[in-house]
Design a binder for this molecule. Sequence first.
Ligand SMILES: [Fe+2]
Length: 335
Amino acid sequence: MKSMNYILSTIISLCFVLTMKAQSPYSLPALPYSYSALEPNIDSTTMWIHHTKHHQAYINNLNQALQGTEAGNLSLNDLMSQISKHSVAIRNNGGGHYNHSLFWTVLTPNKNTKPGKDLMEAILAQYTSLDSLKSLINKAASTRFGSGWAWLSVSADGKLLVSSTANQDNPLMDVVTEKGIPILGIDVWEHAYYLKYQNKRGDYLNAIWNVVNWDEVTRRYHEVIPKKKGKFDEWPEIKTFHKSMSETFHPSEEGNLTPVRSRSNELLQNAIALSKSKIPTQFNNKGVQSAVKKLVDGSKALDKLVKNKASDKAITQSLSKLHDTFHLIVEECSH
Ligand SMILES: [Fe+2]
């Protein structure tokens, strides 16, 4: 009887835990750094209150608002994209949870992060400079009346989009006019800056750029826009040859022939591997084929000179000729 009671009470406890979990799908994500890590740009007290009180309150209220609804079964992103179907409490607190979860990740104590290559190209193409993009975002943030957010998003046409939203709305929501997938969000609620900056929102907006995590913004950008492929990604053998070439040729330009004297056979082996590799269709023309043959011959000649302990002058000339041949392949690949 005793063991029956034990089993029953275990089942009841388990059901209780499962019910609680079903009713509370969201919990506070840990900060990826300490509360003081963003000092002096964002003070530790603000970070602590913002994270443990404000963000936690959005989560508590969201979990409560989701009780008895089907919305708890949706992913947070799906919930945002159909937010018009749900209550104001779910909109405000779901937005609050989504926005703050993103916000913590796009900040960092690491200095000197910068936009990745593809993102930077997109920024320059649309805004001419990173500084002018920052000014536009600051303008969106400083002109947002009352509480809200400034955003950098990727819109449906793959372009970058600067916008701002009121309260805890965000560009994922079907209720906003400027829609996109946010890659950077800046909280301009007073709770984000008032302790340190009081009414000077502009000072907070200038300081926050010192702690923006461009690595994370870039990662989020590439979740939407795949990384551009390098020209030779489908021909790894030419990349391998290029590495050996540049690590031997460039020192030789400064009079250092040690790398080429120790690696001439590596150059030859890489040239042979290149000649045996399958030339990708887009590069496979007669010019490329004959330049690759020439590269093998040139590598053989260079390796022979090195083995015969030829003069610096002879080796430099041979390596320089080989370098020209390599660039001939690259050029022929553009035809
Ligand atoms: Fe906030």
